[in-house]
Design a protein around this ligand. Sequence first.
Ligand code: ASP
Ligand code: MG
Length: 462
Amino acid sequence: MKILKFGGSSVGNAERINSVIEILQKYYISKKIKFSVVFSAFQGVTDKLIEIGNYAFKHNPQYANELKSLIEHHYKIATQLNQNKDIKTLTKKLEKLFNELKEVVDGVYLVKELTPRTLDYIVSFGEKLSCTIIGETMLNRGIDCEILFADKLIKTDNNFGSARVDFKTTNKKIVDYFNKHKKLQIITGFISSTSKNEITTLGRGGSDYTASIFGAALNADLIEIWTDVDGILTADPRKVKNAFPLESVTYEEAMELSHFGAKVIYPPTMLPALQKKIKIVIKNTFNPEFPGTIILEKEKTSKFTVKGISSIDDIALIQVQGGGMIGVSGIAARLFGALARHNINIILISQASSEHSICLAVLPKYAEESKKIIEEEFRLEIMDGKIGKVEVEKNLSIIAVVGENMRRTPGIAGKVFSSLGKNKINIIAIAQGSSELNISLVINKSDLINALNILHKSLLKK
Ligand code: ASP
Ligand code: MG
């Protein structure tokens, strides 16, 4: 059994959905390969649903127009896909979904209240609609399948918007269901539900995760994530012209690379697959013959030590300095604790062994608030002069050089620093985790493109 997943851009319009169905026919159905397939909402629909919810919440009557055009958009695709076919069943199902959706957004408009719970319920229609249209279209074309709304099998806590999966219950439900349903399943991505059957979602981009949850529960041979690029690339092709797709990466590398901007796969997707050691392949819907990137536990051989160079383009650095920090334990704990209590996410930390300064990177929007929090936490130390000024520097970027084999290979850091040095690019801070999987550098934003290209050239020779 294989689990396939097609994302929003693969199902952006009728023409693209036709190509997806052709891919299924050509590579799976005609070859009698057993599989099930997860779909995202049609391209842009999740964003649209959030927008509609927010209009309604703000009591802006525009919500009704937007809803109307969303409904028309789906009917249009449904009709285009089923020309000269009887679509009574499909229309009936769509009417029912639209009535439910309309009822809830009208309610939001009336009471001017939009909780995370209601928002999850609203966005869940995106996947229900896409799977209903695609599934019914496939049935109309003689492909024997069933539509599965996965909220009834994937059980989560009530952390709406980004719920955590209860794997024990979920796995059992999935296995039971598939024991009773032998047909090809057309599965909604992204959506799940609490033990009280309230709809939750798995986080934006969560359809990948759905595929991995099903894949792991069913001990699939393979999970295929079909997207709109040739695989995981060595760098962002918009910034590095010579970026190229990798044949293979490890789960850990894929996770690191996807944390740092390369949005090819939703990072939590790796976990269920890794536990069962199920390989994930990234494939391109627009270039199906291309082998794509395979994500696995260990590569037999690897051509590259460094697998990718990615970046977070805009960060701020906060520098805390002072003689009073030397040899005093608990400073770092208080610093990070204070920021954590205010839900500020720290992207990178670096402390020199002199302990004279700690610097940390945050998103620029949190910079001023972080400075205030730190000054408040160390008010007494600052008064006594044990800690000096807390300084914020903006217009910086982080570059991450990622590769599991860096662990066993000396000289990579040397190469990174010397190639940047030769090109007069100043490095402001450095961090390397002890996993040695990732070397991160903070540089001026104005050097970013240049630095990425220099590093790519020196570390990723084809
Ligand atoms: N439709 C959801 C989103 O846009 C889930 C997904 O596409 O994976 O975030
Ligand atoms: Mg999406």
